[in-house]
Design a protein around this ligand. Sequence first.
Ligand SMILES: [Zn+2]
Length: 154
Amino acid sequence: MSGDYSGLDLALVIEARKAMANAYAPYSRFAVGAAVELDNGTIVRGCNLENASYGLALCAEAGALSTVNAHGGFARIRAIAIAGGPMDADPNMPSAIVTPCGRCRQLIREARDVGRDRGQADIRIICAGAHGQDHRVYSIDTLLPDAFGPANLT
Ligand SMILES: [Zn+2]
């Protein structure tokens, strides 16, 4: 979906872009921010955190979801916005939409399942670039169909 944001989606994307500004990404030079909204309106941000060992890099979504969990909100997620882009990009050029990596899709899927078991609606996933109006809204079942999940362990 392109064009105008709904007000709530735009507000959450702005929060993700604020987090993006704090990304520690000296190796990839690709900054990502995430903002999770809980059912009580609380917003928790995360940004990517790289490391000289490369393989230890942490995603923005994983950081935000871990913080949400530390505050007892893992089953209360209403939406997550993700925004990102190359740190050296020309701000006058269009910014491509960033979607979660496979690992983060799995993390979001688990949060959705835990929340659904407690009566929450599906998590709204709003993906945007570093700037501009283009965005897409997904469900986790669209981003990660036929996923492995808790039910597979029983
Ligand atoms: Zn990720």
